[in-house]
Design a protein around this ligand. Structure first.
Ligand code: F6R
Length: 364
């Protein structure tokens, strides 16, 4: 039932504050200021390496997690899409943590990768939305998302719930490694607990995003740029746009622009720049200015300070609530989803059932 929404995708975008809160409830002890896992005594202290494997949007959630695991837990992370991982010869030391992320829990390549990691004596952790799925059954450490059934083929609420679980897991690993003081843990709990309200704040910009969808709907090619955890968001934004609007889109690490893709820039190419204020803001802005100098039409997604500092000369700006860097990916996912959604609606494509795509990819 779509309720009063036009599409399942729209309904699922709007459910995010609730389902992220619902998911976080299993991982946060809000009043004690503690982060817990669904298996409370699961010992992560011996983990020396993490291997993250997934497909599509779930892979991009894993890519965000790589930044977190490295930053908070200082554990080396290997990351790959399942269809590559299963056919290369990845080197895994016995006892490493292999982490699989999947909405459906049935994706053929991810499942094959999981079984390969099992044979290589890895500890198998699974972030999964369907609790009765094959991957859920084969996990040593089952980390459920509580997004509820996702009907729209383009994944939205499963993604932000995956990010919520992965942030909690990164903090947990950091704790197990003795890299998190109690005060730091309390602070992370406080930031994560604020995520649902911040996502709500992002949804409040829906109409202004709808108003700029026309800038993108007529384009043949669109670029998305970001740095740090905004780089996987750029990739996710491009994937969302291409799958439901059929516009060619690419996500790039902002610093890679000058190594090739800048040759594509002219006045016909909208460039979506994802750049909350923070340590990487000035770097991304200077890449953005290089785009503008070549006539590129920039749509800047930032917070109030970022839009104030760099919004001039952009064809459009989208202002997000100012949030802690840890929860920024959960918040900035929203404008990226809404932009793809409104562009697809403007183009009149089948938003919930895009051509050539299936919700669950159970063949390789
Ligand atoms: C994109 C999308 C796909 C899935 C991918 C993995 O919107 O939905 O890219 O993310 O097929 O599916 P799961 O997460 O079920 O393994």
């Amino acid at each position: 039932d779509k309720g009063n929404h036009r599409h399942f995708m729209q309904k699922e975008i709007y459910e995010q504050p609730i389902v992220v809160a619902q998911t976080l409830r299993s991982y946060l002890q809000r009043f004690e200021g503690r982060i817990v896992l669904p298996i409370p005594d699961f010992d992560l202290s011996g983990i020396r390496r993490v291997t993250i494997v997934a497909c599509g949007t779930s892979f991009y959630a894993g890519m965000v997690a790589k930044y977190w695991f490295e930053q908070f837990a200082r554990v080396p992370v290997d990351l790959d899409v399942a269809s590559e991982f299963r056919y290369r010869a990845p080197v895994m030391e016995e006892g490493g943590l292999a982490l699989f992320i999947s909405q459906s829990g049935e994706t053929a390549d991810t499942l094959a990768a999981l079984r390969h990691a099992r044979a290589e004596k890895q500890v198998i952790a699974v972030v999964v939305n369907v609790p009765t799925s094959t991957m859920a059954r084969e996990a040593d450490l089952l980390l459920p998302t509580h997004a509820g059934p996702e009907i729209g083929v383009a994944s939205t609420k499963a993604f932000t719930c995956q990010l919520a679980v992965l942030a909690a897991l990164a903090a947990n690993l950091a704790k197990a490694k003795g890299r998190l003081t109690e005060a730091e843990e309390r602070n992370i709990v406080r930031q994560l607990a604020e995520a649902p309200a911040a996502i709500n704040g992002a949804l409040a910009y829906d109409e202004s995003i709808e108003a700029i969808a026309g800038t993108v709907a007529g384009a043949r090619d669109v670029l998305y740029l970001g740095r740090g955890t905004d780089y996987p968001l750029a990739l996710e934004g491009a994937l969302k746009l291409k799958e439901i609007s059929y516009i060619h889109a690419e996500g790039y690490a902002a610093g890679e622009m000058k190594h090739g893709p800048i040759a594509l820039i002219d006045e016909h190419v909208p460039v979506v720049v994802i750049a909350p204020t923070g340590p990487l803001f000035d770097k991304t802005v200077s890449n953005m200015q290089e785009v503008q100098a070549r006539g590129g039409k920039v749509l800047l997604i930032s917070d109030y300070d970022g839009v104030e500092a760099a919004g001039e000369g952009c064809v459009a700006t989208i202002t997000m609530p100012k949030v802690h860097p840890l929860i920024a990916p959960l918040v900035y996912a929203v404008p990226v989803q809404l932009l793809a959604y409104h562009v697809a609606v403007a183009k009149g494509t089948d938003v919930d059932q895009p051509r050539n795509l299936a919700k669950s990819v159970t063949v390789e």
